[in-house]
Ligand binder design. Structure first.
Ligand code: SF4
Ligand code: SF4
Length: 342
């Protein structure tokens, strides 16, 4: 692949109204998928309290309504089904408060070990107004979650919700599952490469560390000018973690603002007016991760001699460096989104 033509940053790039919001209820996950663009796993924690979720939900609803829109909330993680009682308490509290219904509840189905429990949980979600169930499965998840649990969750889900309300990412992997944990390392690597060729994944978080080395790499210069205005300003999609950190929908670890004690609408207004003062946003909107690299070089970052597989791989590598050195802690964090430093 040759050097790409730099894209022109959108003239007068503006922050779009957030209309899709994922509440990351925890960073804990039974799995530790190589492709996890956050960095979730059994050693990660953080639990969003019911009151926190409710306050964020209200705040998000208000932001969308003030712009004549309806907020679409999805519940995610980590694995949001880790604490079933808390998940249900959050959904019930939102419903009783008259907030928007849950657009999607996401899971890897690790908990679907038995028909009766699976059915009763999904029936309760349906009764509480959850619109859609999203079940994740692919060669990466199949290293940790047996396909029969996914199949059980999907089949019972389709019976309870109706087929149109159950989304499987990805069907081809459910039809042809790979018992990844039974493969030796060479077979595992081949399976991962084949999966990456079938479905594009963002190479951030753990994927930057574990999957990027499987792909062809290029010098950082190849990503010059690939700005990220669309991803960080215009996508209309954010995630909020258990601590109230708001991230762009696809860029966990870049903190847009902290909603711990402030209304989301206030953060959105302030960011809209001042995003050029956000050191990471200003860089990636101006010139993508290559521009972030230039700014990090001034702080001691040295370009990785092996090159980078994508602009997000470059971004994740540079941000890991900045995180480890405590640069811009208000904008780069929390630790759960970055590789553990030992
Ligand atoms: S990709 Fe999903 S299932 Fe896998 S570790 Fe991350 S949160 Fe867990
Ligand atoms: S390069 Fe960085 S800011 Fe741009 S889309 Fe990728 S992770 Fe997000």
């Amino acid at each position: 692949m040759g050097t790409r033509e730099p894209a022109e940053p959108e003239a007068g790039a503006e922050l779009a109204v957030w209309e899709f919001a994922g509440l990351l209820l925890t960073y804990w996950c039974n799995a530790r998928c190589a492709f996890c663009y956050v960095n979730c796993g059994p050693d990660r924690g953080g639990e969003m309290r019911v009151e926190t979720a409710l306050a964020l939900w209200q705040s998000l609803d208000r932001l969308a309504a003030a712009h004549g829109k309806t907020m679409r909330i999805h519940l995610s993680g980590g694995e949001p089904f880790q604490d079933w009682v808390r998940l249900v308490s959050i959904i019930r509290a939102a419903r009783e408060a008259g907030l928007t219904l849950v657009d999607k509840a996401e899971t890897n189905a690790f908990w679907a070990t038995e028909d009766g429990v699976t059915r009763s949980r999904l029936e309760l979600l349906d009764a509480l107004g959850v619109r859609r169930l999203v079940v994740s499965t692919d060669v990466f998840h199949q290293e940790f979650v047996p396909p029969e649990r996914v199949r059980r969750c999907v089949e019972i889900g389709r019976a309870v919700f109706g087929p149109g309300r159950v989304i499987v990412r990805w069907w081809d992997f459910l039809q042809n599952p790979v018992e990844t944990r039974r493969l030796d390392s060479a077979e595992r690597e081949r399976a991962f490469r084949a999966a990456l060729a079938r479905h594009k994944d963002r190479l951030a978080g753990r994927a930057a560390e574990q999957l990027a080395p499987l792909l062809p790499s290029q010098p950082a210069e190849a990503f010059a000018g690939l700005h990220c205005a669309r991803e960080v300003l215009q996508s209309r999609h954010v995630h909020i973690d258990p601590y109230g950190n708001i991230f762009p929908g696809t860029c966990a670890g870049i903190i847009l603002g902290w909603a711990g004690q402030r209304a989301v609408a206030d953060i959105w207004h302030e960011l809209g007016a001042h995003w050029r003062e956000h050191p990471v946003l200003a860089a990636v909107v101006a010139g993508g991760s290559y521009e972030l690299l230039q700014r990090a070089k001034a702080l001691g970052y040295e370009e990785w001699p092996g090159g980078y597989a994508s602009k997000c791989h470059l971004c994740a590598h540079v941000r890991q460096f900045l995180f480890e050195r405590g640069v811009w802690p208000e904008f780069i964090g929390p630790p759960e989104c970055y590789a553990t430093v030992v």
